[in-house]
Design a protein around this ligand. Sequence first.
Ligand SMILES: [Zn+2]
Length: 146
Amino acid sequence: MRPDAEEKLFGIEPKWFNRERGPMSFGFEHGDGWASLVEGLLRLAQTRRAAWVGLPQDNPFAPGRFEVRQVLRAPGQTVAAGTTAGATAGMLRFIFVGGDEAFREAAREAEVASGQICEECGQPGSTGPWKHGRLRTLCGRHGGAP
Ligand SMILES: [Zn+2]
């Protein structure tokens, strides 16, 4: 992700992310095309968090950090089996503790939507084999299936 786009997402609620260690210390590893999906979820979390228990409001060591990952390969999954073995491989994965059912539903919807959005540019795309046995969601212009 472009550094300015990444900082914009981190800046929505910096305390929700552990940038010192763990997966988010590497930043958002997907491309800019999914930034609006992630931003939408973070904005939704902001509007709903007052009612939530377990989400760190100010304590950087509390459980419930947000992690945004791209699942490149499901455990035990092969590329050939990709379309059936792991629905989330090659797609956005939004990990958090706390929240409520409405937010979890929105997160699931965003994850599903990411399977049809090129992670690089935000144009329509599809999830498929990429390189080194990994799966990614890309448009034809960025190396996905046309
Ligand atoms: Zn693209």
